[in-house]
Design a protein around this ligand. Structure first.
Ligand SMILES: O=P(O)(O)OC[C@H](O)CO
Ligand SMILES: [Mg+2]
Length: 264
């Protein structure tokens, strides 16, 4: 259940490993997708809104492209594949300008310095990952490993748990106990993937799963959501904690080492 209230020291955890989402969580890249999709939809005299954004974000490119053309009713004029080609031309120029989200550098450097194994689990494929992290190579080099959306072990994108299962397996001594992993996510599909990754495998869930809080409640992999403020708060329910910014994260709440000079 979402807990937007101020963290209490030592209330959760202990967490020993951390997995980060990338787009919209570590990197301020979701704005590029939004911008480009607004431009494309304007040609059809349609507006892009955050209810559609919520359905698309965090997913593999082709999966979100299908949602885009179908939900906006333009699929007869623009196929998902052609949408991706058009979007790609614009995104390629924007991705190399990607900035870090507030608090991302501080948190990554802190956990790394304290010896907490950290990883990235992103829906982004290899080429996009390269463009987006062009200016942030040193920071991403602190990750123990990075699992990308086109990794052979990631058969399905979020909300399938594949990417988080692969990330948990690749830590030293993995797979790590789901109870000891904390996931950071910005997207509804990502939080859902993180919460279920400890228990289900993809075959069990299949393509029909749309989880409810009731179904996933017993499965205790923890997820901190840092959503865009424009995302409807109904999407917060699945997360264990909801923060406005990574700057608000209190490591002690999860049994992680506190920031230097900060009382736990
Ligand atoms: O949020 P991520 O890092 O899983 O990336 C997903 C897509 O590339 C963008 O929504
Ligand atoms: Mg994301």
């Amino acid at each position: 259940m979402a807990n937007p209230s101020a963290p209490v020291s030592g209330e959760k955890g202990p967490i020993t490993h951390v997995i980060f989402d990338m787009d919209g969580l570590l990197l301020d890249t979701e704005k590029f997708y939004t911008e480009v999709q607004e431009i494309i939809l304007a040609r059809y005299n349609k507006a892009f809104d955050w209810s559609l954004k919520a359905k698309m974000m965090g997913k593999k490119a082709i999966e979100s492209a299908r949602i885009f053309v179908e939900e906006t009713g333009i699929s007869d004029s623009l196929s998902a594949e052609d949408f991706l080609v058009e979007r790609e031309a614009m995104l390629q120029n924007l991705f190399p300008t990607s900035d870090l989200m507030p608090g991302a550098s501080r948190l990554i450097r802190h956990l790394h310095a304290k010896g907490i194994p950290i990883a990235v689990a992103t829906g982004s494929h290899k080429r996009h990952f390269g463009l987006k992290t062009q200016r942030h190579g040193e920071l991403f080099s602190l990750m123990h490993h990075i699992v990308l959306g086109d990794d052979p072990e990631v058969k399905k994108g979020k909300p399938s748990p594949d990417v988080f299962l692969a990330a948990a397996r690749r830590f030293e001594g993995g797979p790590v106990d789901p109870l000891k992993i904390l996931v950071f996510e910005d997207a509804p599909a990502g939080v859902l993937a993180a919460k279920t990754a400890g228990i289900y495998d993809t075959e069990l869930i299949g393509s029909t799963w749309m989880s409810t809080s009731a179904i996933i409640q017993p499965y205790q992999r923890s997820a901190v959501m840092v959503p865009d403020p424009r995302l409807d708060s109904s999407h917060h329910e699945t997360a264990d904690q909801v923060l406005s910014s990574l700057l608000d994260f209190n490591p002690s709440y999860w049994g992680l080492p506190p920031f230097e000079g900060v009382e736990s």
